[in-house]
Design a protein around this ligand. Structure first.
Ligand SMILES: [Zn+2]
Length: 172
């Protein structure tokens, strides 16, 4: 356990009851007083108390502490109001966080969708390029084949003419 945390004195706070604020140190044991120490918010000097009984029977009966308790009672509605406001603030923050988280998820999905689209685009582009390449090759082959055919036809024509002239026909 963190020693410095343990050594930080416990900040005492009176309990809230229906009739206002009352002193109650039940939760803080005598050992906690002895080992850690307790400070009271009524003290501006943050005096640390190490004895539970001194705290209960001297400090809590002191003029300063009694005045502090009266002040708490007087300010109770304001304290309660602040506490309700803080609770509402925390709730709002939680809602806001939840909303931001949802928005983040939507944005992340949108980014992924766009990325996939971009990948598709790259894929389409390379498909088009491949098709164009293929088409160019085909065209080249076709042209080559065509000229070969023409050459063959010419050869055939020459041969035909020779044969016909050999047979006595003269074609001009
Ligand atoms: Zn006090």
């Amino acid at each position: 356990m963190n020693r410095t945390l343990v050594k930080t004195p416990i900040l005492y706070y009176p309990e809230q009851s229906d009739s206002g604020f009352i002193d109650d140190t039940t939760d803080i044991t005598a050992t906690m007083f002895k080992d850690i120490g307790v400070t009271c918010p009524c003290s501006k000097t943050n005096k640390i108390y190490y004895n539970k009984y001194t705290f209960n029977y001297q400090h809590c009966q002191s003029k300063k502490h009694t005045e502090f308790m009266v002040g708490l009672k007087k300010n109770a509605p304001q304290i309660i109001k602040t506490s309700i406001e803080r609770k509402a603030e925390i709730k709002n923050l939680r809602v806001l966080l939840g909303r931001t988280e949802k928005e983040n998820i939507i944005l992340r999905n949108e980014i992924n969708r766009l990325k996939a689209f971009e990948e598709d685009n790259i894929e389409y582009r390379s498909q088009i390029e491949s098709l164009e390449q293929h088409h160019a090759n085909q065209t080249k082959e076709y042209v080559e084949y065509k000229s070969e055919m023409e050459e063959e036809r010419n050869k055939f024509e020459v041969l035909s003419k020779e044969m016909l002239s050999l047979c006595g026909y003269d074609i001009e």
